[in-house]
Each structure stands twice: as structure tokens, then as C-alpha cells.
Design a protein around this ligand. Structure first.
Ligand code: GS8
Length: 220
């Protein structure tokens, strides 16, 4: 086994796996991604590595499992120092953890409510989603990225979720760029980064996947 044997238990469209892959790319680390069948049959390795939640992503570093995507990104940043993803000062790190936690508590659920609903419910889901994004715009202030002038931890946490934004727009009949222009231009900037461009899946394929989920939920 080489010094850093990295295996990622993955699911191609998982926003949580995507953020881990982007962090690994940012650090220039090579890894092997093992695609999991999260609906049909999870591997024994996944069940053994994440017995509490049984979810992807799991990063195995020299065989040792690290679970929960934001926690994995912290681990990556602590283990491979350069380039730094979290701010150097304790206050900056505390703010970054606050916003990462806000993103985890709010963005995925608000977005999921969009593809899971229609009619009046859809309208209120959209409103909630836009409200969450506006709060994030407030957190960015006048800066290019959440961490300031550099792409960092909070950007990574959010950008994985952006993979689903085209699908939310399509299901909800709205444009994020029009509702939240700061987030719109942040997305454009992030998508130009090599790590992000390499890892984010094709939006059309994500839309097809979400369409399949909607059929499964009896919405379409
Ligand atoms: C969420 C992981 C997750 O939901 C994290 O890692 O940040 N808080 C966790 N993983 C999903 C795939 S993405 O929707 C998953 O593995 N689901 C399988 C299941 O629920 O059984």
C-alpha cells in the first residue's frame, strides 16, 4: 500500500460525493472512486465503513473510513495542508463551519422540496429555496467567494449541490441567476475552475436522473 491509498465510496450524482471529489482535486490527490448502488444493493464495504448512516460518500484513507462529507473535507484539509481550504484564523474557520452547516441543513432539503412537489407546494418550496440562497448571498458580502478572494471550504460545500440547480430550475420554472444574481455569478466563476469543471456531472444527465426520481415519486 502506498503512503496515501485513497478510495472513495461514491455515487455519481450525490452532491455530497461531488464536494469530496472537488476537495481531492483541489489538493491534487489521486484516488479510486468505487460507484455504489445506493438503491439496489450497497456493498459490504460501505455497510462496514459507515454502519451508522450506511450512506456515501465514505473516504477510505489507507483503509480507515472517514464519513460525512463536510467532515471528510475537513479531514482532507487537515491532512494535506496545501492549498489551504479553511481560513488560517480560528474566527474565519468558525464562520466557515457555520455556513457549511447552514448549507447542509437548508440547501439540499429546500432544493429537494422543489423536485418533490407541484402546484402551491412547489411555489412555497421555490420561495424557501430562493430565501436560503439570498441568505447565502448575504454571507458572501461583496467578495468573489465565500472565503473571500479565494475559492475555499464553503465554496466546495455548496458547489456540489449546484449540480442539481439546473434540475431545480427546470422543475420550478425559475432562473437562479435572475432571482439571486450574486449566486448566479458565483456559480459561473466556480464552474470555470479546473477541479469543478472536471467533477460536476453533465446537467442534462442530472435532469434525467431527477426526472426518474420524480416518476418514482409519482410526480411526473
Ligand atoms: C449525506 C449523505 C447522503 O445523503 C453527508 O455525507 O454529508 N450528511 C451526509 N448520501 C446519500 C446519497 S446523496 O443523496 C446516500 O448515500 N443515500 C443512501 C441511503 O439513504 O440509503
Amino acid at each position: 500500500m502506498s503512503k496515501d491509498d485513497l478510495v472513495l465510496l461514491d455515487f455519481w450524482v450525490s452532491p455530497f460525493s461531488l464536494r469530496v471529489k472537488i476537495a481531492l482535486e483541489e489538493k491534487g490527490l489521486s484516488y479510486v472512486a468505487r460507484e455504489e448502488d445506493i438503491f439496489g444493493g450497497k456493498s459490504d464495504l460501505l455497510l462496514k465503513s459507515n454502519p451508522i448512516y450506511e450512506k456515501v460518500p465514505v473516504l477510505l484513507h489507507n483503509g480507515k473510513p472517514i464519513v460525512e462529507s463536510a467532515n471528510i473535507v475537513y479531514y482532507i484539509d487537515e491532512t494535506w495542508a496545501s492549498p489551504r481550504l479553511l481560513p488560517a484564523c480560528a474566527y474565519g474557520r468558525s464562520r466557515a463551519r457555520f455556513w457549511a452547516d447552514f448549507i447542509d441543513k437548508k440547501v439540499f432539503d429546500a432544493g429537494s422540496s422543489i423536485w418533490k412537489s407541484k402546484g402551491e407546494e412547489l411555489e412555497s418550496a421555490k420561495k424557501e429555496f430562493i430565501d436560503v440562497l439570498k441568505k447565502l448571498e448575504g454571507a458572501m458580502g461583496g467578495k468573489d467567494y465565500f472565503g473571500g478572494d479565494e475559492f475555499g471550504f464553503v465554496d466546495i460545500v455548496l458547489i456540489g449541490l449546484v449540480a442539481w440547480f439546473d434540475a431545480y430550475e427546470k422543475c420550478g420554472g425559475f432562473k437562479i441567476e435572475e432571482e439571486c444574481p450574486k449566486i448566479g455569478s458565483w456559480i459561473k466563476k466556480c464552474k470555470k475552475r479546473e477541479s469543478v469543471a472536471k467533477i460536476l456531472p453533465n446537467p442534462q444527465q442530472v435532469c434525467e436522473f431527477v426526472g426518474m426520481l420524480r416518476k418514482g415519486h409519482g410526480i411526473e
